[in-house]
Design a protein around this ligand. Structure first.
Ligand SMILES: Cc1cc2nc3c(=O)[nH]c(=O)nc-3n(C[C@H](O)[C@H](O)[C@H](O)COP(=O)(O)OP(=O)(O)OC[C@H]3O[C@@H](n4cnc5c(N)ncnc54)[C@H](O)[C@@H]3O)c2cc1C
Length: 407
């Protein structure tokens, strides 16, 4: 797909994409293949933050928008998987489980919401799971087999996009930090970096949890209004080679939908910090992804947190204990590493993509808990909207105008 983008004078458009995570790399790719002259600017290294260290699941959910994102992304990953950068992409089973009888009895309502979102669900009893997979030692009330899910290795996937962007002509500048966005007379002019001013007629802010800081540091016509961001802190356990067959991503049914997740993330007053409310887990539910490389990643927790303040270091033990209560056969699996990560989470749990009041300045972020399974699609929709529309994707649930101060 190569369309030539041009400014009124016939010169090609120039775009700066800020951020080398999945949000920035997907966008750099989509713009470059449309003929835009792209420079991606990353302060650190490609996929140095959340995009290089997450669970790597692409899961259905009980929301239509989430399923729309999932299906669109699966198609795009399938295209990229043909390319030179392998990233362990493949379709996989998805099993939702519930330990508790009462929760399981109520789960039929959750299953109905999945079905209404277009995802087939098949109920299974805890007894049948224990009988059919004795090596896993299931001790659960029951669960559901979910029709579709995919797995990938996130560092490789992010690199696959940046590699494809480079092949389409994009320049990738790592180790360069954007300090400010420069705009005058209601129009973006470029960015200020540690190496001086870089000019462009389009700038895309796609820098994860730091997005709010760049809205504040849009000078000339700024600052722009903020967005309701919280770091949705989570912990992951990197397991070694699995010595057991595990044909599904296993997830607990208690994992909330995006809207509920976003609601639980709100935090931000001095009183919250004083009361250490950023120390309270908002979600504790296992998610075990058997990766195609033969190992696995086990999460996951979410707690509203500030980016640079790490609390709750007992969470990995709680996740491990929780997994072993429900799958008693996993105790001998080797652990290679344990680490925290941050989800750039907006208050409704959904991403943001669209134009700002400043001409030529766009947002692509708020990827929250679903960045790997949202960004390839939102980047494509945003690039289409920028090249042949008004800069706002037709999916109005993505637009910044859904937040106060942005109307
Ligand atoms: C524990 C955990 C598990 C997860 N599991 C999954 C999962 O299974 N499936 C899924 O879909 N999602 C998952 N996620 C969410 C996913 O990781 C994120 O949504 C996604 O990685 C966010 O991508 P991003 O590009 O917006 O941000 P990031 O990956 O954080 O990238 C932003 C980049 O911008 C750079 N940057 C910041 N400021 C500047 C600046 N001023 N100048 C230049 N560069 C700058 C940063 O250095 C960074 O590299 C998980 C997250 C966590 C924490």
């Amino acid at each position: 797909m190569t369309r030539s983008a041009s400014r009124p004078g016939g010169r090609p458009s120039e775009a700066i994409v800020i951020g080398g995570g999945i949000a920035g790399c997907t966008l750099a790719y989509e713009l470059a293949v449309r003929g835009v002259k792209v420079v991606l600017v990353e302060q650190n290294a490609i996929a140095a933050e959340s995009s290089g260290r997450n669970t790597g699941t692409l899961l259905s959910g009980p929301q239509r928008e989430v399923v729309e994102l999932l299906d669109a992304c699966a198609e795009i990953y399938a295209e990229l998987a043909q390319g030179p950068v392998p990233f362990e992409f493949g379709r996989i089973g998805h099993l939702l489980i519930s330990q508790d009888e009462t929760d399981f009895a109520q789960a039929s309502r959750v299953a109905d919401r999945y079905r209404s979102a277009g995802v087939a669900m098949e109920e299974v009893s805890g007894r049948d799971l224990a009988r059919d997979s004795p090596h896993l030692g299931f001790r659960v009330a029951g669960g559901y087999f979910v029709e579709r899910a995919w797995t990938l290795e996130p560092m490789g996937a992010t690199h696959a996009f940046v590699h494809a962007a480079r092949a389409a002509g994009a320049r990738i500048a790592t180790g360069v930090r954007v300090a400010q966005i420069v705009s005058r007379g209601g129009k973006v002019e470029g960015v200020l970096t540690d190496q001086g001013i870089m000019s462009a007629d389009m700038v895309f802010i796609a820098n994860g949890l730091w997005l709010t800081e760049l809205l504040r540091r849009t000078v000339g016509d700024g600052p722009l209004p903020g967005l309701p961001f919280t770091a949705g802190r989570g912990w992951l356990i990197q397991l070694g080679k699995l010595d057991v067959a595990l044909p599904w991503i296993v997830e607990e049914l208690t994992w909330p939908d995006q809207e509920e997740l976003g609601r639980r993330m709100s935090l931000g007053t001095l009183a919250d910090v004083a009361a250490q409310r950023d120390d309270q887990p908002a979600v504790e539910a296992i998610c075990l992804n058997p990766m195609r490389g033969g190992d696995a990643r086990l999460g996951a927790s979410v707690q509203p947190a500030f980016r640079d303040l790490v609390r709750n270091t007992d969470m990995p033990s709680r996740i491990a204990a929780r997994a072993l209560r429900m799958m008693t056969g996993l105790g001998s699996l080797s652990v290679k590493n344990v680490y925290p990560g941050n989800r750039p989470m907006l208050s409704d749990g959904m991403p943001v993509a669209g134009r700002t009041p400043i001409q030529g300045l766009f947002l692509h972020g708020g990827m929250g808990s679903i960045g790997m399974h949202a960004a390839p699609a939102t980047a494509r929709w945003l690039a289409d909207a920028v090249m042949s529309g008004d800069g706002n994707p037709k999916q109005d649930w993505l637009l910044p105008t859904r937040f106060p101060g942005w109307r």
